[in-house]
Design a protein around this ligand. Structure first.
Ligand code: DQA
Length: 140
């Protein structure tokens, strides 16, 4: 299966950014770890990160008709980007929402995901394992 793993704003700073919340591994550490997991074998996995809403939307549009599934961590856009929600809804590609931290036990504003309803599942609070579970959810 062709799978896209999309990361939104500030996730390029993983490893440096609030390590007590997001861990000490960088995004490329997580990328390498995930690509080495047996679950990734036989699948074509493409990673994309952007701090820009429009770039994320353009990339999501590019998935239409081309990929089997998307795992997305939209970062803070999770909580208010109806434009990213609409993009996911428009392309009709199975999508799983992932968060490293548990968005339900932090600040109140993080409990709201405007993306959730257009995704197959929301996986939150499992660190990098969340991306693996996201792939498994798409494959099975
Ligand atoms: C996050 C949670 C969001 O609330 C936050 O804005 C992020 C990261 C996570 O992976 O835990 O940037 O999506």
């Amino acid at each position: 299966m062709k799978i896209l793993i999309i990361n939104g704003p500030n996730l390029n700073l993983l490893g440096i950014r609030e390590p007590d919340i997001y861990g000490s591994e960088s995004l490329s550490d997580i990328e390498n770890w995930l690509n080495d997991q047996p679950e990734s074998d036989g699948h074509s996995i493409t990673w994309f990160q952007s701090n820009h809403e429009g770039e994320l939307i353009d990339f999501i549009h590019g998935a239409m008709g081309n990929v089997g599934g998307i795992v997305i961590n939209p970062g803070a856009f999770t909580h208010y980007s109806y434009a990213i929600r609409d993009a996911i809804s428009a392309i009709n590609v199975p999508t799983v929402e992932v968060h490293l931290s548990d968005i339900n036990t932090r600040e109140d504003f993080r409990e709201i995901s405007v993306i959730k309803d257009v995704c197959l599942d929301q996986i939150s609070g499992l660190g990098k394992i969340g991306y693996l579970k996201g792939i498994q959810r798409l494959i099975n």
